[in-house]
Design a protein around this ligand. Structure first.
Ligand SMILES: Cc1cn([C@H]2C[C@H](O)[C@@H](COP(=O)(O)OP(=O)(O)O[C@H]3O[C@H](C)C(=O)[C@H](O)[C@H]3O)O2)c(=O)[nH]c1=O
Length: 192
């Protein structure tokens, strides 16, 4: 088969954060998609090694995040398996020109784009559809002792979560107790 470019990366205003477009091979049976290919990723300038695969299944309105590990930071290759999510990345790399800024995007099973989230960024997502499944690979292991983050409704970030468009009331957002008690961006910076 003639070699075709199966992946292409799109830069964002956050350095190292890429949207990745992938080819979805459709035929009379359904679809086939490569999620990751070490050689092909190196061809688009992403020399990455992953050590863990994670799978999330969320109820509509379930919001996870904004999380990062202060030690053993994780790069994440993320995609939606089913439904729709709003995905948010906050740059917490002190030397970055977009430090303290967020990037938000709607990712869907239909549209099929992936995200590569660089180390040093907090990550969160809310499920916008009744069935919502998400997978991501990480470049380092889970170290709960180093897990922290920023609260989802931080006033300085003022993240524009697309609740109304998807019929989700703020009081219906489902959070873990841990996420309800995450620090604000100011508190995080003070401890950083
Ligand atoms: C993250 C993780 C969790 N767990 C266990 C620990 C808990 O017993 C249970 C749920 O963990 P947690 O509530 O931290 O999971 P999420 O709130 O979905 O966290 C994730 O959500 C956002 C979107 C992220 O990007 C992070 O990778 C990750 O923090 O899974 C593991 O065993 N391994 C893991 O890598």
């Amino acid at each position: 088969m003639k070699e075709i470019d199966k992946f292409s990366k799109i830069t964002t205003f956050i350095e190292g954060l890429y949207l990745i477009e992938i080819i979805n091979f459709k035929d009379q049976r359904g679809n086939f998609t490569e999620f990751y290919n070490k050689k092909e990723f190196e061809n688009i300038g992403l020399k990455l090694d992953f050590v863990q695969d994670n799978y999330i299944k969320s109820k509509k309105g379930a919001l996870r995040g904004l999380h990062l590990q202060t030690e053993h930071p994780q790069g994440k290759l993320a995609r939606v398996i089913k439904g729709i999510f709003y995905d948010v990345i906050v740059d917490l790399r002190e030397d970055s020109k977009s430090y303290g800024e967020y990037y938000g995007i709607i990712l869907s099973e239909e549209e099929g784009k992936m995200l590569y989230i660089p180390e040093g960024c907090a990550h969160g997502l809310i499920a916008l559809s009744d069935e919502a499944e998400f997978m991501y690979k990480t470049t380092d292991y889970y170290y709960p002792e180093y897990a922290t983050g920023i609260i989802w409704n931080d006033r300085d970030l003022a993240i524009d979560w697309p609740l109304e468009e998807y019929g989700i009331k703020e009081g219906e957002i489902i959070l873990s107790d841990k996420d309800k008690n995450l620090p604000t961006l100011q508190e995080y910076k003070a401890n950083d």
